[in-house]
Design a protein. Structure first.
Length: 766
C-alpha cells in the first residue's frame, strides 16, 4: 500500500513523536479504539489491516495527527566487529573542505540529494518542535564525520562519501533520478505544484547526536515520511534522516539505510514475515536481505515483492517506485531500456581490438544483447562487473551464436566476505566472465548480459538490477587505408577554407576513431571521426600541401593529399597617385589597383603633410579624385590608401607618397632711398629697394624698376620700365632723360609678378 501526503503520511524509522502511549490503537485526538475506521481512512488502509498492525506490532505508533510511524531498530554490530568504531584517517593525502561533487544523472529533474554537510531544522518542518520526537526549530545540525571534525573531510571520509553515493546510485539506477551530493537548492527537491517536474528527496546523513537523540532517544538508524517523493507540497517533510553514527563507520550500512529511507519516500512498506507478524522486518537469508527489511549486515540488499518464504508483504517495490514520475502513471519514472533485449536486433559493436561499455539491468525481463565481428581465432572473453561493495545486480554473461544458441556462459554463485575497510560483509560472485576458446575468424558472435537470482541465497532475478561495465576481447586491427578522396577549397574573401575527405575503403579491422590533418597553420591536428576540417589563419597567396590520414586502434594509416590556395584578399599593387598644384589649390587623382582576391573596397584615406598641413580625409569607395583649396604654401606630400575588408580580416593598400610645391606670387618689394645722378656726364638716377617680406613660397627670380617722370605740377608725363634685373640686386642706376623721377619696384617668382612697391622720393636725372 502506498501512503500519500495530504491525506496521510507514514513516519518511519524509530520516532517517538509522542503522543500515544499505552494501549496499541489509541490515538492523539483522544478517540477510542472503536474509532479505528477514522484512523484507517487517514492512513489509507483498511481498518482490519491497521488494527492488526497496532495490535501485534510493538514498533507501530501514531503521531499526534493520527498518522502512523514505526520505531525501527538500528543495525547490530558487524559479526567481526568489536562494537561501534570509526575508520582511521589516512595521512597520504590532505583533507578537503568540501564534499566531492558526485552526480549519477545530472540531466534528471528528480533529485535524491545526499547531504553530508548538515542542515538547519526549519520552523516549517514536521520534525520541528519541542518534546519527544521533535527537534527545536532553528537547530543547526552538523554533517557527517568519522573524526569528530565535520568542517573538513579526510581521505577516508571522502572514500566513505563516494561509497555511499555509489551504492545508493546503483539501487535507483533504472529510474530517472539523479543521486547527487550537489545541493540543487530547496526548489530542486520540493514540489510546489503538480506541474512542477523538479522534486525529490533531501537526505541528511549526519553524525550529530542531536537529531537521533531528540527523535528516537539514540536508538534508530534513520527516519522518513512515506510517499513524499513526488507529492505536491512535500517541503514540510524535509529532510529524510540517516544517522551514520549508528552504522559502525560502515559506508555500506549507511548506504543501505539511505536506500531504505528513500524507499519509504517512494511509498514502500516494510518487508517482514507472517510468523513475525505485521510490521516486522525480515533479516534475510544467507547473504541477502530485502532493502525494506532490516538494514543489517547482509552483503546483498535488493528490492522485493515478497518472494522469500513466509513473506507478509507482496507489494511490487519496483512498480511502486516507477509510478513516482511526473504523471504518477505506472513506470513513468522508469528509464527507457539502454540496449536491445534477446529477441530484438542486437547492438552491433563491429570489429574492434577491444570493447568497453556501461549498461543498466533495470528489471527481471531486461537483458542486454550485443554483436561483435571477429576477425581472428584468439579466445573471446566477455566480462561484466558491477560496483562491488553494496552491489545489487547479480550478473550473468552468455556468449551466443547469431541464432542465440549459448556457446559459453558464466554465472558464479554469490557469497560474501567481511571487508575490514568497509567494516561490513560485501558480496562475492556477483560479476561474471565467459570465455569462448578459439572462435572462428570472420564470424559474428553475440554477448548477452543479464541479472540473475540465487536459489541458494533466497533471492530471484526480480530485483537483480543495477549498473555494470562490460569488456569484450577483440582482435588486433591493421592500419586503415588512406582516405578514399581528399579535396580542399578556400572561402572567397577570407583567410579560411574547408578540407573534405571520404572514409578509407578499409578500416583495417578496427573502427575508425579519428583523422589527422597536416600541412596547415597550427597543424598537425587530430580530429574525431569527422570528414571535414575548417582551417583558419591561412596566409593569402600561399599554397598549402594538405595530407589527411585515418586512425584506428592500430595507429595512423597512410595519407591522402590535396592542396589549398587562398586568394590574395587585398591588392598586390599600389594605387597610382598624381598630385598637381595651381596656386593654393591642390588636385589629386589616382587609379585603383587590381584586386585579385576580390576583397571589398570600403573607402579611401588621404593623408597630407607639409608646412601647416595635417590633412586626413576619408572618402567613400567611388571617387578617385580630390581637390583641396587654400593649401598652405610650401612643399606638401600626399598618400592615398585603399581600405579593404575580407570576410574575416581587413587591410590597406597605400600609394607611394607624392609631393608638390604650393606657391603664390611674391609680396611687394619695399622701396628704398632713391638718389639723383651726379652733375655732368650722362644724365642718371638710382633706385633702391628691399626684398619682399614673403616670396610666396617660390624663389624670387628677378626684379623690375619702373621710373615715373613728373612735370612741375607733379603729374606723370612718362613711364620707363627697366629690363629684368637680378634677383640678388637691390639697386639700379640707369640713364634717363633729364628731369625729375620717382620709382616703384616689382618682384617675380615662378608664379608671377608681385604688387608694386611704394613710390620713392623724387630725384633728378642729371
Amino acid at each position: 500500500m502506498r501512503f500519500r501526503l495530504g491525506t496521510t503520511v507514514l513516519l518511519t524509522s524509530a520516532v517517538a513523536l509522542a503522543t500515544v502511549q499505552g494501549v496499541p490503537g489509541a490515538h492523539a485526538d483522544g478517540s477510542t479504539p472503536g474509532n479505528l475506521s477514522h484512523l484507517a481512512a487517514i492512513n489509507h488502509m483498511s481498518a482490519a489491516k491497521l488494527g492488526d498492525i497496532l495490535a501485534h506490532d510493538k514498533t507501530a505508533h501514531l503521531d499526534h495527527t493520527g498518522h502512523m510511524f514505526y520505531v525501527e531498530p538500528a543495525p547490530t554490530a558487524p559479526v567481526k566487529s568489536t562494537g561501534p568504531q570509526r575508520a582511521r584517517s589516512s595521512t597520504a593525502f590532505s583533507n578537503v573542505s568540501v564534499v566531492p561533487a558526485l552526480s549519477s544523472r545530472p540531466s534528471s529533474t528528480h533529485k535524491i540529494f545526499l547531504d553530508f554537510n548538515g542542515t538547519t531544522v526549519s520552523a516549517g518542518s514536521a520534525w520541528a518542535g519541542t518534546g519527544a520526537g521533535k527537534v527545536p526549530a532553528g537547530t543547526v545540525i552538523t554533517g557527517f564525520s568519522l573524526d569528530s571534525d565535520p568542517s573538513t573531510y579526510t581521505p577516508a571520509e571522502v572514500s566513505y562519501i563516494q561509497t555511499v553515493w555509489k551504492i545508493v546510485s546503483e539501487k535507483y539506477s533504472p529510474y530517472d533520478v539523479d543521486v547527487t551530493t550537489i545541493d540543487p537548492g530547496t526548489a530542486g527537491y520540493s514540489r510546489s505544484t503538480s506541474a512542477d517536474a523538479n522534486y525529490g528527496d533531501h537526505v541528511v546523513i549526519t553524525d550529530d547526536p542531536t537529531p537521533v537523540n531528540d527523535i528516537c532517544s539514540g536508538q534508530c538508524a534513520g527516519v522518513a515520511y512515506v510517499g513524499t517523493f513526488d507529492v505536491t507540497g512535500n517541503a514540510p517533510y524535509d529532510p529524510v534522516w540517516v544517522f551514520s553514527s549508528m552504522d559502525y563507520g560502515s559506508a555500506q550500512l549507511a548506504a543501505h539505510d539511505a536506500a531504505h529511507e528513500v524507499g519509504h519516500t517512494f511509498g514502500l512498506s516494510h518487508d517482514g514475515t507472517n510468523n513475525q507478524g505485521a510490521g516486522s522486518y525480515y533479516d534475510g537469508q544467507n547473504n541477502w536481505v530485502p532493502i525494506m527489511g532490516i538494514t543489517n549486515q547482509n552483503a546483498i540488499a535488493q528490492f522485493s515483492k515478497g518472494e522469500y518464504p513466509d513473506a507478509n508483504n507482496q507489494e511490487d517495490d519496483l512498480a511502486i517506485i516507477g509510478a513516482n514520475g511526473n504523471s504518477g502513471a505506472d513506470g513513468s519514472l522508469l528509464l527507457p531500456d539502454d540496449y536491445p533485449n534477446t529477441g530484438f536486433a542486437p547492438d552491433a559493436l563491429g570489429s574492434e581490438s577491444s570493447y568497453g561499455l556501461n549498461g543498466i539491468i533495470s528489471n527481471a525481463a531486461d537483458d542486454d544483447l550485443f554483436s561483435i565481428a571477429r576477425t581472428c581465432t584468439t579466445d573471446l572473453t566477455a566480462t561484466a562487473t558491477g560496483i562491488g561493495a553494496g552491489q545489487s545486480v547479480d550478473l550473468k554473461v552468455d556468449i551466443l551464436d547469431t541464432s542465440n544458441n549459448v556457446l559459453a556462459s558464466d554465472d558464479p554463485t554469490s557469497g560474501e566476505f567481511f571487508d575490514n575497510t568497509l567494516n561490513a560483509d560485501t558480496p562475492t560472485g556477483m560479476d561474471a566472465s565467459a570465455t569462448l576458446p578459439s572462435p572462428s575468424a570472420g564470424t559474428t558472435y553475440r554477448v548477452r548480459v543479464s541479472g540473475v537470482g540465487s536459489a541458494a541465497n533466497g533471492y530471484t532475478n526480480y530485483a537483480s538490477i543495477g549498473q555494470y561495465h562490460l569488456t569484450i576481447t577483440g582482435c588486433p586491427a591493421a592500419l586503415p587505408s588512406a582516405p578514399a578522396t581528399a579535396s580542399a577549397t578556400p572561402n572567397p574573401g577570407t583567410t579560411t577554407g574547408a578540407v573534405n575527405w571520404t572514409a578509407p575503403t578499409s578500416d583495417g579491422g578496427g573502427t575508425i576513431t579519428g583523422y589527422t590533418v597536416s600541412g596547415l597553420p597550427g597543424n598537425p591536428v587530430t580530429l574525431g571521426n569527422v570528414l571535414t576540417y575548417h582551417p583558419t589563419n591561412l596566409v593569402p597567396g600561399t599554397t598549402y600541401n594538405v595530407t589527411v590520414a585515418a586512425i584506428n586502434s592500430a595507429g595512423t594509416g597512410p595519407t591522402a593529399s590535396t592542396s589549398l590556395e587562398v586568394d590574395t584578399w587585398a591588392p598586390t599593387t599600389k594605387p597610382v597617385l598624381t598630385v598637381t598644384a595651381s596656386g593654393r589649390t591642390v588636385s589629386l587623382h589616382w587609379t585603383a589597383p587590381a584586386n585579385p582576391g576580390h576583397a571589398t573596397l570600403t573607402g579611401w584615406h588621404i593623408a597630407g603633410t607639409g608646412p601647416g598641413n595635417t590633412t586626413s580625409t576619408n572618402l567613400a569607395p567611388s571617387p578617385l579624385a580630390m581637390t583641396y583649396s587654400n593649401v598652405p604654401i610650401g612643399t606638401q606630400t600626399y598618400v592615398v590608401t585603399g581600405q579593404y575588408a575580407a570576410a574575416d580580416t581587413s587591410g590597406i593598400s597605400p600609394s607611394d607618397p607624392k609631393s608638390v610645391a604650393v606657391a603664390i606670387k611674391p609680396g611687394a618689394p619695399r622701396i628704398g632711398i632713391a638718389s639723383s645722378g651726379a652733375r655732368g656726364g650722362l644724365k642718371t638716377a638710382t633706385a633702391r629697394w628691399y626684398a619682399p617680406t614673403t616670396t610666396g613660397g617660390a624663389a624670387i627670380t628677378s626684379y623690375r624698376v619702373v621710373a615715373y617722370q613728373v612735370n612741375s605740377a607733379g603729374r606723370v608725363i612718362r613711364t620707363i620700365t627697366s629690363k629684368a634685373l637680378s634677383s640678388s640686386g637691390r639697386l639700379f642706376s640707369w640713364t634717363l632723360p633729364g628731369g625729375r623721377y620717382k620709382f616703384r619696384v616689382v618682384a617675380y617668382n615662378r608664379i608671377g609678378v608681385s604688387p608694386y612697391s611704394g613710390y620713392s622720393r623724387l630725384v633728378t636725372s642729371r
